[in-house]
Design a protein around this ligand. Structure first.
Ligand SMILES: Nc1nc(=O)c2c([nH]1)NC[C@@H]1CN(c3ccc(C(=O)N[C@@H](CCC(=O)O)C(=O)O)cc3)C=[N+]21
Length: 289
């Protein structure tokens, strides 16, 4: 038996079509949501991701505000664009594409952002709100993973979720979402210092692999029937992109998210959700709370 697919591409498309309706409702109230992006430097991967975000916006009726600086930009030049986006009324939410060039103090840039315009859900204020169970934008990748599981009817309530990787965007924040009373999961966070990773993984009903280590999760690490989410991006010896999950896992798992086509498109869809919900909050309408 081979695992069922957690289809991120199709699920993201469904979310986008729901958002189209909410954007129409905002426009009827005279509110035009707009996503800003700040891209510093000319990394082709980053350029490609940012272009994708603007394509997504066009699909659902969100306006685009694009700002670009050269790789040689100074801290002050970057901060000036952040201030401009904070003040720009057409920009209702924005992201600073990461990573920023070497020598730039990333946290100082992120802390300067207006938390009400944080589309990534990674502003210190947003992460603090999440810890405090207050409403606000949620980190896109963790939120996307949960939405992907929900929409495939994978049981989260009472599940043991083992997360691999302690990065800010996924590992450190996903446990905060999964342990809310609404999700009710039990979460173990593993990392390079974990003594026996395989022993932890074998306990998991759901594995979130976000270590950035190619094919780290092997078939023998996975409990039969478990759901396995592949968030990893790394390159093999030949420079080919690979995920954190060994392809053989598909023979053991009950559910698997392909990579590409799994968590990536969900991250982008939940970014749009954050933009729409911020606009709804600002306008005092909708279900954003
Ligand atoms: N401020 C900020 N916010 C981010 O959310 C952010 C960032 N910086 N920096 C870089 C990472 C990376 N990231 C991806 C999102 C979607 C896909 C995605 O949709 N990938 C497709 C296809 C990728 C391909 O084919 O190359 C897929 O997985 O199917 C990939 C990568 C967001 N990031």
């Amino acid at each position: 038996m081979t695992a069922q697919i957690l289809d991120g591409k199709a699920t993201a498309a469904a979310i986008k079509s729901e958002l189209t309706v909410r954007v129409e409702a905002l426009k009827a109230e005279g509110v035009q949501p707009g996503l800003g992006t700040l891209l510093v430097g000319d990394d082709p991967g980053s350029k490609w991701y940012v272009a994708g975000k603007h394509r997504d916006c066009a699909e659902v009726g969100i306006a685009s505000i694009q700002r670009e600086l050269p790789a040689t930009a100074t801290q002050e030049e970057i901060e000036a664009v952040v201030r401009e986006l904070n003040e720009n009324p057409e920009c209702t939410g924005y992201i600073v594409q990461l990573p920023l060039p070497k020598g730039i103090d990333t946290n100082r840039v992120l802390e300067l952002m207006d938390p009400a315009k944080d589309a990534d859900g990674l502003h210190p204020m947003s992460l603090g709100r999440l810890v405090l169970n207050e409403t606000g934008p949620l980190p896109c990748t963790p939120n996307g993973i949960i939405e992907l599981l929900r929409r495939h009817d994978v049981e989260i309530n009472g599940a043991h979720v083992v997360v691999v990787g302690r990065g800010i965007t996924v590992g450190r924040s996903i446990g905060l979402l999964l342990t809310r009373r609404t999700e009710n999961a039990t979460v173990t966070l593993c990392h390079t210092g974990t003594r026996d990773l395989s022993a932890q993984l074998r306990q998991a009903d759901i594995i979130v692999a976000a270590a950035g280590v190619g094919h780290l999760i092997k078939p023998e690490d996975v409990k039969p029937g478990a759901a396995v989410l592949d968030v990893g991006v790394s390159r093999d010896g030949e420079g080919k992109i690979q995920g954190d999950v060994d392809p053989g896992v598909a023979e053991v798992a009950g559910w698997i998210s392909p990579n590409p086509g799994g968590v990536g498109p969900m991250t982008r869809a939940l970014l749009l959700v954050n933009v729409v919900e911020a606009a709804e909050r600002a306008a005092g309408i909708g279900h954003a709370g």
